[in-house]
Design a protein around this ligand. Sequence first.
Ligand code: PEP
Ligand code: MN
Length: 337
Amino acid sequence: MVIVMTPAAGDTEISTVIAHIEAHGGQAFVSKGVARTIVGVVGSPDVLETLDASGLAGVDHTVRITAPYKLVSAENHTKRTTVRVGGVPIGPDTFTLIAGPCAVETAEQTMESARMAQRAGATLLRGGAYKPRTSPYAFQGLGIAALRILADVREETGLPIVTEVLDTADVDVVAEYADMLQIGTRNMQNFGLLQAVGSVGKPVMLKRGLTATYEEWLMAAEYVAQRGNLDIVLCERGIRTFETATRNTLDVSAVPMVHALSHLPIVVDPSHSAGKRDLVVPLTRAAIAVGADAVMVDVHADPTAALCDGPQALYGEELDELARACRELPPMLGRRV
Ligand code: PEP
Ligand code: MN
């Protein structure tokens, strides 16, 4: 069960609701979004049966949720959520382009990539400081030094930053610099990490696990929400299939499915889906057509020299094509760019 508070409800009303739930033997989980607060209730069917919060001050309405993921379910929000990242909206009325290097390598390379991103119309900058690499011998990211570079580039360009956190021990430092914390595909079910990012009060981008079902993915999002953070953006980044010609297979169904199952916005990452720059623009067009709230792409001024994922990084002509697709297609679907 979820109790949806009115937009005007304050701490006193929320505390009264929590006390009411606990007095009935239930457990309360408070999640704050930009527009309103919702209180999730966990308890036995008896508890839920007798608990009537509808008369309490500040309560807008109560919803019985049948999905196993309660707080992120579409059942408790008829309106889709807009998540604001450093002031930039990701949600139903707008279309957002996120771009940047796969990894932060140097200050110059990051600044060049940010300028490219901005020229293409991006309003958020991506860039990895901590890289999840298959090989322990591959470039692992510059860590804190990269976070400082990202902060300098944000200062210079005004672009808020999206960057991945790999380890629970780094959550605080990443949250200090980042505007949105990314949970990578390999960590989608790292439950301790999900709980940690749910507690730091910054938006979270949750990438879909390599072989995760929608339900597993939304249950992972529920871990973040259950710790009090509803500012979650899901990211479809391709799943593992029998096909080897592409790095992963972009599951375009994920966009309308997530919109049907959850109130959270969804981003598509065509770069990590395809692994090949030639496919990034066509897959971006597909993502926009199925209703993606944002697209996130890798860019690099010199992909041949990139320390990570060079073959999928856009530059030159493809970047211009991407800019055109992101400018022209979303308005046809009723979105502001
Ligand atoms: C990334 O976006 O840099 C990344 C590592 O992506 P994924 O977790 O989707 O592989
Ligand atoms: Mn990458």
